[in-house]
Design a protein around this ligand. Sequence first.
Ligand code: GLC
Length: 720
Amino acid sequence: MPRPAAGGRIGVLLGAMTLAEKIGQLTMQTADMAISGPGGLTSEYLDAVRAGGVGSMLNLWGAGRVRELQRIAVEETRLGIPLLFGFDVVHGHRTVFPVPLAEAAAFDSDLWERTARAAALEAAADGLSLTFAPMLDVARDPRWGRIVEGPGEDPLVARRFAAAKVRGFQGGDLAAHGSIAATAKHLVGYGAALAGRDYAQADISERELREVYLPPFADAVAAGAAAIMPSFNDLAGVPMTAHRPLLRDLLRGQWGFDGVLISDYNAIAELVQHGVAADFAEAAALALEAGVDIDMMAGAYTQGLPAALERRRIDVALVDEAVLRVLALKERLGLLDDPFGRGVEPSPGPEKAHRALAREAARRSLVLLKNDADVLPLREGARLAVIGPLADAPGEMRGSWYGAGPAEETVSILQGLRAALPEGSLVHARGVAIDGEGPEDIAAAVAAARAADIVLLCLGEAAAMSGEAACRAEPGLPGRQEELAEAVLAAGRPVVLLLACGRPLVASRIIARSAAVLVTWFPGSEGGHAVAEVLRGRANPSGRLPVSWPVATGQIPIFFARRPTGRPADPELHYTSKYLDVPTEPLFPFGHGLSYGRFALEDLRCSAGEVAAGGRLDIEVDLANEGTVAGLQTVFLFIRDPVASVARPVLELKGWQTAWLEPGDRTTLRFELPADELAFLGPDLAPLLEEGGIEILAGPSADRSLLLSTSVRVAKDREH
Ligand code: GLC
């Protein structure tokens, strides 16, 4: 985006502004329709809007309400500058799609873009012009509640997710009435919070910062993200809200990002709690110097900037620069020409097409972890006992950050099954509450299990047990659910465990004793229908884990792209990197996910045995459906650099391909691997393509024992 021309229309506007009006444009005010930070709901903002003291709102939507407030801004303020309306449209607006961690399991950029596009249309119809999404924080610690909100543990998945979501939200023309500005968040390292505790410090090596946590944001900027939100955490002692080297020097200076930086909720004021600012004036100065344009709900700019200017702590030129960027965004959104373009009467209910898309996305996000003796799909006529607190919990199916999606428009697992099965096919018993002591009737649940052919045991978390400020030191089955599971398992019928969760749950004992395990995550508005389709075999599960699934909490953080160590784990050797009490490998690896089909992979081959700088490898592998069920199969491409000038991960994800195969079909999957994808950051953190052997691997997951492999050489660079 070109740097705002100070001489254009917005420059003229700036020239007419008082200091208070300039600071007003840098102030974002919450309203009374959702709570997303301390301080809660408020409707005390009309006077501030009329006085030109607010430039943007959050947590207010609905065409009528937006138009009325926009009218006040345009007609009753001195300069008539329209407001931006922002909201957390993270995985849907009125139609709720699967939570992002679930949608990541589809490994499908096209799907990710389509759901963002649908969400943008619904949000814009409700008068919104900006979303605080996509959330791009790589996360490898399931204790951290916000793992639910992002694309999982791998930077390549996060990079592709970033680009797809920005394209989907912003569309081809940001001024279009169906487009909303995307805010890539939270820059950076938020998912590496100490001990998985939200808002806690993050200490990341420069290498990990550049190889893992920053790349998704670089791709969001490259895709044209209109805004970015710094994260709450400090990074090696410097709070991101005041991190000049990363926000001003790297983001704006090197990457050329000229969009708007929106602080997180109250984050500028919290620089005082971080212990880097003595008061609001210093906090405001630090944030503005770092390049943060909009103060979300801190009041730090309103209260602190006049004093900072008074003290000559900062120059008004920094204020003007920020105001120009905010006005430039409003201009790009078409708000200066057409302030009422977004928001159609009446706010449309979830469109039919979006419901179908929500069902498709939910189907694609379900991950079948195990299926002993092919207990799934359910056989026709089987008598079912649908047991557990997540069976009939429609509101929970929305997950956290569910936007404007009404619980009553969300389909529970029980409702989905009842709609799909003949009358009398099932009995339902809740058994216990999701968490806490609550009313329980385990005996009735056991009785229902005994009377059935098969049990569908619906366990997991409440939606509010993941998301912001929802971290769990023991991310297992909450409340008395384990007790219910043990009792139901003791009834002796085959148990299909369905896990509604915002993170991989540590439930190894129950998982081991269940015949099948289907992760539903929080599947959104159409979740119940999608689950019923997969359980009945009307849809073949194809979701794959975007995160490693731990055996035990003590393994956390756990992820596949770890470095080898000098003493790789060997249970036979004492002095190796392992635990005495649990395995070092996850219960289920990144990429794991079963299908009702049976697929075979063979003959991995490269177009050449050697590749030089500037060259490209064309890699092929044959995939066959040797089963009797058609399905979608995803094959991952990894590399391993066994000897390099720095230790490289035991596996690095370099791509994936997905193919639909009918029974008996065969196909060849093709990957293009440019030589620079074999480069890495050398000891000096500069990109380095090093001569030597590289292992190329392909397979269904990061389980090395299932991967085909071949090797190529990176030729010596002739130019040196
Ligand atoms: C919250 C979240 C952020 C969200 C913002 C506005 O604190 O950290 O992700 O977009 O406030 O709701």
